[in-house]
Design a protein around this ligand. Structure first.
Ligand code: NDP
Ligand code: ZN
Length: 180
């Protein structure tokens, strides 16, 4: 029912807010971290026209396992198998070295589900807009450029999934990446 759905979405936002409560973004203002997963879900709805509850819940939860003590078992118990599956697909293996994780994101992107690609596209769009607004403390402009280039390689593996989101990403790539 409508009531159940709305209740689930708020339960999910509340869960993520608690999990991320001690984290901040890397921007100069040290924005509360929860602004990011909520912003990713908001991009999917407002710009991507994505209204699938599985995708929206997965977007809200997408960094909980990677960045907090949250386990997949906990996500599955609270939000079900399908939401958990999408979160799994967008979660990096933190036991691997950072460079390897970044390489695997590019390699895996074409093989993940449509739902996971939608979360990835909105996640990259949010992070790239954040980077364009303000460069994190300690980052050189060269590092920002490298990040755009890497993000484009991941996005290229997620294409033909959501034209509106891909168009917005291409606007950013046109400003920050070399063509071809
Ligand atoms: P990081 O992976 O360290 O940081 C980017 C990630 O931080 C994003 O994907 C996002 O992930 C999160 N994030 C939090 N706040 C912000 C924000 N305000 N704007 C954008 N993203 C934010 O960065 P790199 O990709 O540059 O690091 C890759 C490797 O490069 C690392 O091994 C690093 O040590 C190394 N490195 C590179 C340098 C260079 O000059 N190229 C210099 C120093 C180190 P999420 O969605 O999960 O929140
Ligand atoms: Zn994210």
């Amino acid at each position: 029912s409508k009531e159940e759905l709305l209740s689930f979405v708020i339960k999910c936002a509340n869960f993520a807010a608690k999990k991320h409560r001690n984290q901040r973004r890397k921007d100069v203002d040290q924005t509360p971290y929860i602004n990011h997963p909520l912003g990713v879900a908001n991009i999917l709805i407002q710009e991507g026209n994505v209204f699938e509850p599985i995708v929206i819940l997965a977007a809200i939860l997408h960094d909980t396992v990677e960045d907090t003590d949250t386990t997949f078992a906990e996500i599955e118990k609270e939000f079900g198998h399908r939401v958990c599956q999408v979160v799994r697909e967008v979660t990096d293996d933190k036991t691997l070295p950072k460079a390897e994780r970044k390489r695997l994101q590019i390699e895996h992107a074409p093989n993940i589900s449509r739902e996971a690609k939608l979360v990835k596209l909105a996640d990259k769009l949010y992070n790239l807009r954040d980077l364009e607004k303000s460069v994190p403390i300690g980052w050189t402009s060269e590092r920002v450029k490298e990040y755009f280039k890497w993000a484009k390689a991941v996005v290229d593996g997620c294409r033909q999934t959501n034209p509106a989101l891909e168009r917005e990403l291409d606007i950013l790539f046109a400003r920050h990446c070399d063509s071809s």
